[in-house]
Design a protein. Structure first.
Ligand SMILES: [Fe+2]
Ligand SMILES: [Fe+2]
Ligand SMILES: [Fe+2]
Length: 441
């Protein structure tokens, strides 16, 4: 049920800042869903019910906004956890959930998003307990921001709600934990709302859910002051998320971006399309955030079932990227990076020119880096070997035009570009790439 909120006057206010900001939030909310499985859509409920409770308490609009985004994103740091971390970390909390690390990783990711400074603390402290037994900083009582306390309460409630059918068991638990885990004042008001059966419970992050919080005017005003390039901010956020999930994928994505760029330039492509390919290459494996790490890191051969799971990653990459209005054209490049020139690839078995040229470029760069870097199951192989393999599959896996352009690039040029780029922040990569261009062509 969603409230009919008369405060929502500006739901359709046009505004690029607002849209781009939302894009980032939607992307992150999708990542949280992917990382959490059974708790699907919990965060929307935590966010809106949290705002509702905050409204009962007459919290100011800034606090309500922080509760909304904190509720949505509080578990974003879970993306870096092994899939079975709930079971492994029972020592941390009574409900067998949580690991201090996710609160810290989560606040670091959110700190990259303009106007969410207040949310980083709430995320850091959403597992603190009223009696001081929480984590990561052992805050106690009123030291814990009320917004964090609200999220903690609703998080526990909705997690239990998803698995426990008997409502009185949940209520007993919350009452029992009042003054221990939870702020007693909050538990009291929460029980009142629960009795009235008036909790707002959306099941996805659509614009209705968004406008239900009734703070659009405030939001637009806040975002108007944001300086900075949203595409850059988005790319930085995505890079942090990928990094938190899987170190290897992160370095790999950057190297594939660099090599794809060199190939595309060698093929004489227009600057704007080269840039599109760079972005597609950087994000091509972002869908791996939805694949369990045990499978990504498996040292020996994958079973058929596991292989099927891995093969979902280009589709997930595409879905994630599509959250960004400004990256719409980039999404197909990620979706099709495992298609083969002869039509035997995945996920859509496209062939030849039906595969976007950017995806054909990324396929070659991806293979080169996979062969020449250390993998979980083997050591790096030589540049010469990679060239030999890629030539061998020309016309089968790869577009001959792309392969020829790639083979024209000497090894030392690729090495230099990799060295220059790999440890730089994403934001300065484009500049360095253009610098390399002038030096080598
Ligand atoms: Fe959490
Ligand atoms: Fe891939
Ligand atoms: Fe890849």
């Amino acid at each position: 049920m969603l409230p009919n909120n008369n405060l929502t006057i500006s739901r359709f206010i046009p505004g690029n800042e607002r849209r781009r900001f939302k894009d980032i939030i939607k992307f992150l909310a999708m990542v949280v869903d992917l990382a959490e499985g059974y708790k699907l859509h919990n965060n929307y409920r935590v966010a809106l019910s949290g705002v509702q409770l905050g409204t009962e308490l007459n919290l100011n609009i800034e606090s309500l906004r922080n509760i909304f985004y904190g509720g949505l994103l509080h578990d974003i740091g879970e993306v870096g956890m092994p899939t079975d971390f709930d079971e492994r970390t029972t020592q941390y909390t009574d409900e067998g959930k949580g690991n201090p690390h996710h609160t810290i990783v989560g606040s670091r990711i959110v700190s990259l998003i303009p106007t969410l400074e207040g949310v980083t603390k709430i995320i850091r402290w959403h597992h603190e307990s009223w009696d001081g037994s929480g984590f990561p900083d052992n805050l106690k009582g009123r030291e814990i921001p009320i917004e964090a306390g609200i999220i903690s309460l609703f998080d526990a409630y909705y997690v239990m709600n998803a698995v426990e059918k008997n409502k009185s068991v949940i209520e007993d638990y919350l009452k029992n934990m009042s003054g221990k885990k939870f702020n007693p004042g909050l538990v009291e008001i929460f029980m009142r709302l629960l009795k009235k059966d008036e909790l707002w419970t959306p099941d996805n992050l659509n614009d209705d859910a968004w406008s239900a919080i009734g703070m659009d005017t405030y939001e637009v005003a806040k975002l108007q002051d944001v300086k900075g390039d949203y595409v850059e901010i988005a790319l930085n956020v995505i890079a942090q998320v990928i990094d938190a999930k899987h170190k290897y994928t992160h370095g790999h994505s950057r190297r594939v971006m660099v090599l794809s760029s060199l190939i595309a330039q060698r093929m004489g492509m227009e600057k704007s399309y080269v840039h599109l390919i760079e972005q597609g290459a950087l994000l091509h494996d972002s869908g791996k955030v939805g694949i369990p790490r045990e499978i990504l890191d498996k040292p020996e051969g994958l079973s058929n079932e596991e292989y099927k799971v891995i093969k979902k990653h280009p589709v997930i990459s595409c879905a994630l990227i599509q959250n960004f209005t400004s990256l719409k054209e980039v999404a197909p490049l990620a979706r099709f990076h495992h298609e083969r020139y002869d039509g035997n690839g995945y996920p859509d078995k496209l062939d030849r020119e039906d595969i976007p040229i950017g995806a054909r470029v990324i396929a070659v760069a991806d293979t080169y880096d996979a062969i020449t870097s250390n993998r979980a199951y083997r050591k790096a192989l030589s540049d010469g070997f990679a060239r030999h393999e890629i030539r061998k599959y020309m016309g089968k896996m790869f577009d001959p035009l792309v392969v020829n352009a790639f083979l024209d690039i000497p090894e030392h040029e690729i090495k230099l570009a990799f060295d220059l780029i790999v440890n730089q922040p994403v934001s300065s990569v484009s500049n360095t790439l253009s610098h390399i261009k002038t030096n080598t062509f």
